[in-house]
Design a protein around this ligand. Structure first.
Ligand code: ZN
Length: 104
């Protein structure tokens, strides 16, 4: 099972950096918070990553494809990854995500 990532959640990279995704898609809301889709990934910013050799700069979600909104894959809280430019492979730390789930 996977938890749908919404604007209610807080995301950090595995080095403690603060991940700021682009806006969620209000077409799908959970507890009044918009779900994040792949459309939010290109405008992701990550601040204060402590991995100075290869700081995280982008995020991805290899599990996102189970559910789409406006033809964009809904991001899953337990699948979100971060990494340096050109690579996303580290599991992000997500807190505050709602308990609603999808099945996979
Ligand atoms: Zn990092």
């Amino acid at each position: 099972m996977s938890t749908i990532l919404t604007e209610a959640a807080t995301e950090k990279c595995s080095h403690g950096g603060t991940v700021t995704l682009g806006p969620g898609d209000g077409t799908l809301t959970i507890d009044g918070k918009a779900a994040y889709t792949a459309a939010a990934l290109p405008s992701t910013s990550i601040a204060s990553c402590t991995n100075t050799n290869a700081p995280c700069t982008n995020a991805g979600d290899p599990g996102a494809a189970l559910l789409t909104v406006n033809k964009s894959a809904v991001l899953l809280a337990d699948k979100l990854t971060t990494g340096p430019a050109g690579a996303v492979s580290l599991t992000a730390v997500v807190t505050g995500a709602p308990t609603y789930v999808t099945t996979d």
